[in-house]
Design a protein around this ligand. Structure first.
Ligand code: WT7
Length: 654
């Protein structure tokens, strides 16, 4: 994948300067941006300290910008006190109370406009309900909700009382949900009867019941929002309806003062080994970069209607749905469903009807909608759009051009934003009124972000287009604090080389002759399927947990819409069948993986053999498996293989 990508993008030399019209209307002028870069380069801490004073309303000012004593456990804005929900809601009330905070559209078509005052009330009432149910500062709360306003209300309510939320994507299975409940020792689960997705009802409460059926002893209460009215069972001593929990709760709830470094949330993501890890984010630093990137990268202005299509189950839905837009007093769209219901025009229909001006989505969605043809977007009025964004994986130049010409009508800059669950906010991205963009490149690091491409000794690679490790050399405010409950894993995963001084992103990248960054792919065994991160190990463990499976190896296969698809090699117990296919077993294993992790992890292909290609020391040769998955000739050296004949079997030639 990395190789294909580099070959096609190396030929890419189109450049897109921002239009004069955009440059005239943007908040960020080239000169101001230069000043920010200069200031950050001259005084990294001073720069972020000033930003924090300017952008955050503090209950108590911080007395130290950065505490590096216990690196890599960096602490930003020491002894400062604040509340994130206060910064999102209370401070908008003075001037913005009647402004629309959220335009919600359900998949069936129901639409609701919620003002800042109404959102403030909803959050306060629900925060009081949480307290009334025994949740207090520092408690963990799992949120397993559809993509509706109440998911944001639940997150904000937790932030308001200092509870640590951990949102679990509604597409995850009972078993994935259970792992997260147990890892966080959550006291409460907030869910809904169901959610509308893909024309169906996703039965969230039922799945939550399955997750809670065994273990999960920490959970005392389950709050259930009624969204779809589907039948569910309420367990008398544990479950309570959202509307009942809210009864008689006051409309004001004081915002709990939090230390800058108190955790705001945990969000689980996949790594190369073991179970998903709980990425822990701090309150102040996270909030700060959510705000700065809304301004620098999205050029957010008071009249904008901002729409980030990500679900709150992912980091993108945290930073650019639940927090960033509100902290900047913006109006945003929240859409519950999939882009293809009732047809592939839904996104453009939503943009047109709600006057979306800034639209942010993933390359996988762009590619899928591109496939549906130009006539569909062309039948909607997209004239209000002024800025487009992408995130999640490298965007291929072809999709970039389509996005630019057909959706942006060659008028809107595209911001290709590189970042991660761990980085909390955009790290490498264009500043749209200033940066000349190139299709497929996320361009340059933002002010105060010291991104570099280095070799294995940590030396910066200065030769153009030479690939290396993408690292961040200085701490930044919205950085991961640790992996929940596993400080050692945090150190081992992100600070393993370079004397523990540089943050290792896990991506490889190159910089071109203009210093622009081009992301080439992951350096570890992590797949990127439709912009979602999946560990190969995670899927392999799920497969071998099936009673018929002896061994499994998973690799990514290039896919023209999803970016990568899951390709699994399986050795069945009793050595049957050899090579080839087994349709019944494949259907069963696909359903099994969906059950263990979630439908996104389902293998597209499963190939059976009576062994896997291994070195004499027993290491599975994944490079070979990737070649076979692509259907390409094996040109690699296979002499170190213990069982060369297995290759024929896997290629179906045995
Ligand atoms: C990984 C992080 C950040 C929100 C969505 C994914 C890949 C992300 C880009 C981009 C090329 C990208 C990287 C990164 N990635 N954005 N603009 N260009 N690759 O968050 O699940 O934490 O995944 O997604 O490989 O490491 P995530």
């Amino acid at each position: 994948m990395a190789q294909d990508n580099i070959e096609s993008t190396l030929l890419e030399n189109r450049r897109f300067p921002p239009s004069d019209a955009f440059t005239r209307s943007t908040r960020m002028q080239a000169q101001t941006l230069d000043q920010l870069y200069d200031k950050a380069a001259a005084d990294h801490e001073g720069f972020w300290g000033d930003m924090a004073r300017q952008e955050i309303d503090w209950f108590k000012p911080f007395d130290q910008v950065l505490d590096s004593d216990n690196a890599p456990f960096y602490r930003w804005f020491e002894n400062g006190e604040l509340n994130v929900s206060y910064n999102c809601l209370d401070r908008q009330l003075e001037t913005n109370a009647d402004k629309t905070a959220i335009i919600f559209e359900g998949e069936p078509g129901d639409v609701e406009h919620i003002s800042y005052r109404e959102l403030y009330q909803k959050v306060c009432i629900f925060a009081n309900a949480l307290k009334n149910q025994g949740v207090s500062k520092g408690d963990r709360v799992i949120i397993y909700m559809p993509m509706i306003t109440e998911a944001v209300v639940a997150m904000q309510a937790c932030a308001r009382i200092g509870a640590i939320h951990s949102v679990v994507f509604g597409g995850f299975s009972a078993s994935a949900l259970k792992d997260r409940i147990e890892d966080t020792s959550a006291k409460m689960v907030i869910t809904a009867d169901g959610g509308h997705r893909g024309g169906k009802i996703i039965t969230l409460k039922e799945t939550a019941d399955q997750a809670l059926a065994e273990g999960c002893d920490s959970v005392e209460t389950v709050i259930v929002f009624r969204r779809c009215g589907n039948d569910i069972t309420m367990q008398a001593d544990r479950d309570i309806w959202w509307h009942d929990a809210e009864k008689n709760q006051p409309e004001h709830c004081p915002a709990q003062a939090m230390q800058a470094s108190d955790p705001l949330f945990l969000l689980y993501t996949s790594g190369s080994t073991g179970k998903p890890k709980g990425i822990q984010h701090a309150s102040a630093g996270y909030l700060l970069n959510a705000i700065t990137t809304m301004r620098w990268v999205f050029d957010i202005q008071s009249a904008d209607v901002f729409w980030c299509t990500a679900d709150v189950g992912w980091i993108t839905g945290h930073t650019y749905v639940a927090y960033g837009p509100l902290a900047t007093g913006s109006t945003m769209v929240i859409y519950e469903g999939v882009p293809t219901v009732p047809d592939a025009g839904r996104f453009w229909d939503v943009c047109a009807r709600h006057g979306v001006t800034i639209f942010y989505t993933a390359p996988t969605a762009i590619r899928a909608l591109m496939k549906a043809g130009d006539a569909i977007p062309k039948s909607y009025d997209l004239s209000r759009l002024r800025l487009l964004g992408t995130v999640g994986e490298p965007i291929n130049p072809e999709a970039w051009m389509w996005y630019h010409e057909v959706i942006g009508q060659s008028r809107c800059p595209i911001v290709d934003t590189w970042w991660q669950t761990e980085t909390g906010a955009h790290m490498i991205a264009p500043v749209p009124g200033v940066t000349v963009t190139k299709p497929g490149s996320c361009t340059k690091a933002l002010p105060g972000i010291d991104a570099a491409v280095v070799n294995e000794n940590g030396e910066e690679i200065t030769q153009a287009n030479q690939g290396g490790f993408l690292v961040i050399r200085k701490p930044w405010p919205s950085m991961i604090q640790t992996i929940w409950g596993d400080d050692q894993r945090y150190k081992d995963t992100y600070w393993p080389y370079f004397d523990g001084k540089y943050y290792l992103a896990g991506d490889s990248a190159r910089r071109d002759e203009d210093g622009y960054f081009w992301i080439m792919g992951r350096i570890d065994d992590v797949l990127n399927v439709s912009g979602h991160r999946l560990g190969t190990m995670e899927i392999e463990s799920a497969l071998v947990a099936h009673q018929s499976v002896a061994e499994a190896a998973v690799v990514g296969k290039p896919h023209d819409i999803k970016g990568e698809s899951v390709f699994a090699y399986v050795v069945l117990k009793g050595n049957r069948p050899d090579g080839g296919v087994d349709e019944a077993m494949t259907a069963e294993l696909r359903a099994w993986v969906a059950d263990q992790i979630g439908p996104i992890a389902k293998p597209d292909d499963i190939r059976y053999a009576d062994n896997l290609p291994k070195t004499r020391s027993g290491k599975i040769m994944r490079r070979l498996l990737r070649t076979i998955a692509k259907g390409e000739q094996i040109t690699q050296d296979t002499s170190t293989l213990e069982n060369e004949s297995i290759l024929l079997q896997l290629q179906g030639k045995a």
